[in-house]
Write a protein that binds this ligand. Structure first.
Ligand code: ADP
Ligand code: MG
Length: 371
């Protein structure tokens, strides 16, 4: 990343100005009701900063995945109601993705968005890896800045890339290695060791010749994992894999296995020995980045490994950062989300920033007229 990204003070005097704030109000909904307003509350510091300085604030966000046309179930109305309670007088535009111009980055849609607007603030980290109209369009013409949420995300994640305290450990899990290959390769450059759980551990175990039964794995990634293991070994970095596995046997009964699974068995969690070993690595680290649950934690029979690792994240003195939607959900499920240093609000965006060191949204801000 090169060049400075303007921050709120770089907007100059905002008194009497209309400021468009791109927020991430993509809140979880159930039957038309918001189940968690965390993302709305998270936007308040930036909104308050602007209001206190006399600006009028217009917020805009996407919600869900409407396909470029209005769909009542993705209406922003429930968010508007909650926002009015938390920050009276703040406007909220309708779901940006109701217009096909948002995802297509259509200049005509950008022109409508910035009509009557004097300045732009991007506080939607979770959307910054997309070159959508509301992210990359307004900074082309308006004085622009990153909001306080986005600023913190960038500072934390870039510090992992550029100046982590060592030992730096990355704990990776989740379903697919192929999804995360880019970030695994980038992390390998900066970490001292890698801890691998989740379904992705089976592709590594298969690469080492262990039996994995019928566990989820990616046959086309076995060679890649073999190469990652060899690269790590020659760089003197450890890749920790589970030494025991919890899952179901061929008859479907829950069982604990060693590193090799018998035919017909399926692994759904790391075993207690592995969870303890992974915790020790986390406790001894000075920086830990965690992405991806250690097992199928949504099922209480297979949550123990993820819970133990989450507890170690809470207990270690290391600087702890968690990225990824499901990992953040797991932390929240265990009520440990306040016990780590930073939970990223952007799943894909956090991985992409770690991998590439830049995002389309940040690049756009760096080129703003006031930058
Ligand atoms: P994140 O959103 O944190 O990046 P992912 O989306 O990559 O995480 O992966 C999360 C999913 O991986 C969860 O739904 C979890 O159930 C699943 N998962 C983890 N371990 C296993 C496993 N051993 N077998 C099947 N699914 C798994
Ligand atoms: Mg996920």
């Amino acid at each position: 990343m090169s060049g400075r990204i303007p921050t709120l003070p770089d907007l100059g005097d905002v008194r009497g100005k209309r400021v468009l704030v791109r927020t991430d109000f993509n809140v979880p909904m159930d039957g038309g009701a918001i189940t968690d307003d965390f993302r709305i509350r998270a936007a308040l510091p930036t909104i308050q900063w602007l209001l206190e300085r006399g600006a009028s604030v217009v917020t805009a966000s996407h919600l869900g995945r409407p396909k470029g046309t209005p769909e009542p179930k993705y209406s922003m109305e429930p968010v508007r109601v909650r926002l009015a309670e938390l920050a009276p007088g703040v406007e909220l535009l309708e779901n940006l993705r109701f217009d096909p111009g948002e995802e297509a980055n259509d200049p005509a849609f950008v022109a409508r968005l910035v009509d009557g607007i004097d300045a732009y603030v991007d506080d939607a980290f979770g959307a910054c890896h997309r070159a959508h109209a509301s992210i990359v369009g307004p900074p082309k013409t308006l004085p622009s800045a990153m909001g306080l949420l986005l600023q913190r995300e960038v500072e934390v994640l870039m510090s992992l890339r550029e100046s982590p305290r060592h030992p730096f450990v990355a704990v990776l899990g989740g379903s697919k290695i192929s999804d995360k290959l880019g970030v695994v390769e980038a992390l390998m450059q900066v970490v001292d060791s890698l801890v691998v759980g989740g379904a992705m551990c089976f592709t590594f175990l298969a690469a080492k010749g262990y039996g994995i039964g019928d566990s989820l794995f990616e046959p086309d990634q076995v060679d890649t994992c073999r190469r990652l293991l060899a690269d790590a070994a020659s760089a003197g970095k450890a890749i920790y894999l589970p030494e025991d596995i919890v899952g179901v046997d061929a008859r479907g009964a829950v069982a604990t296995f060693g590193r090799s699974l018998p035919a017909g068995a399926k692994g759904f969690d790391i075993g207690p020995g592995s969870a303890a070993a992974f915790s020790d690595v986390i406790m001894d680290a000075r920086t830990v980045f965690w992405n991806g649950p250690m097992g199928m934690f949504e099922d209480p029979r297979f949550e123990a490994g993820t819970r133990t690792v989450a507890q170690a994240m809470a207990d270690t003195k290391a600087f702890t950062v968690v990225g990824g939607g499901d990992s953040a959900a797991a932390l929240a499920q265990f009520r440990l989300d306040d016990e780590v240093d930073h939970v990223s609000t952007g799943g894909g965006a956090s991985l992409e920033l770690l991998e590439l060191g830049d995002l389309p949204g940040l690049e756009a801000l760096r080129k703003a007229p006031n930058a």
